[in-house]
Ligand binder design. Structure first.
Ligand code: NAD
Length: 279
């Protein structure tokens, strides 16, 4: 079994854009609402990655009482500010905010999370159309590419069908000629599907949802989930210890998909800036 080391690759990718960043002087703006500890940790990682890459990082913090109108107004201001190249609104948002309207409000050219319909639509078409794909799926594709894991003709099973992870990663791998099955909470007999997987991607948010008896020997496992176990330690959705004995490759949590998501955000910020400068 080999580890898919997202942490090491993420550092490598961030390093590789430094020169381009110093030519382009990109700026990423991040809007953070409330004090959700997980969101605060993600935002800290994004800030650190920007500092390493040489991307200017701007953070706008608001209390969780912010109104939809005020948030939309700030997004409009940042959309219109030519010195800002990338804009993300950290999710989740409080209940009074209607998330689809927030995502819709972000200018497609600055949507470096790739959550909006325009960038998702391009991602849907083919790899040639991909412009700013959603960060986590892009990070997963980069990780598989780096380890030379062939996707074409493989049975890929994705567990989870969220708009920003499960669905787009399914489409991106379908567009790379895998045979993709997407499972979710209403899937009957999950293990009948997972057992067929050459590549298994799990993005659910449930500790040990996938156990060793649910995978075949030699499987490649990409665990997107982020959970805390009884001891308060971070863990994914798969039983890492037991599945490691059967898998050919597996991502650790932490140190797998998480850092790759941040690296992908950095790559998207560079790309967005290039598009805006038309270079
Ligand atoms: P979500 O909460 O939007 O959706 C969860 C998905 O899991 C849904 O499709 C649901 O149908 C499915 N599901 C729930 N219970 C299931 C079950 N018992 N069997 C099969 N499917 C089931 O999820 P999300 O936002 O895509 O996040 C999933 C996990 O990935 C979370 O733990 C999240 O924190 C993590 N995440 C990690 C990164 C990263 O960079 N590592 C990025 C995004 C999300």
């Amino acid at each position: 079994m080999a580890i898919l080391d997202g942490k090491a690759l993420s550092e490598q990718l961030i390093d590789s854009v430094k020169e381009r960043a110093s030519e382009l002087s990109p700026t990423l703006a991040v809007i953070l609402v409330g004090e959700n500890p997980a969101s605060m940790a993600y935002v800290r990682n994004k800030k650190k990655a920007c500092e390493k890459a040489g991307i200017e990082y701007l953070e706008f913090k608001y209390p969780d009482t912010i109104t939809q109108e005020s948030l939309l107004e700030k997004i409009k201001e940042l959309n219109e500010d030519d010195s800002v190249n990338g804009l993300i609104v950290q999710l989740p948002l409080p209940d009074q905010i209607y998330v689809p309207d927030i995502i819709r409000a972000i200018a497609p050219v600055k949507d470096v999370d790739g959550f909006g319909a325009y960038n998702l639509g391009k991602t849907f078409l083919s790899p040639d159309f991909e412009d700013l794909p959603p960060a986590t799926p892009l990070g997963i594709v980069k990780l598989l590419d780096h380890y030379d894991i062939q996707v074409q003709g493989k049975e890929v099973v994705v567990v989870g069908h969220s708009n920003h992870v499960g669905k787009p990663v399914s489409v991106m791998l379908l567009n790379r000629n895998a045979t993709v099955t997407t499972c979710h909470i209403y899937t009957k007999d999950l293990s009948a599907h997972t057992k067929r997987a050459d590549i298994l991607i799990v993005a659910v948010g449930k500790e040990k949802l996938i156990t060793a008896d649910m995978v075949k020997d030699g499987v490649v496992v990409v665990d997107v989930g982020i959970n805390r176990n009884k001891e308060g330690k971070l863990c994914g959705d798969t039983d890492f210890e037991e599945i490691s004995k059967k898998a050919s490759y597996i991502t650790p949590v932490p140190g797998g998909v998480g850092p790759m998501t941040v690296a992908a955000l950095i790559l998207n910020t560079i790309r967005a800036t290039e598009r805006q400068h038309k270079v």
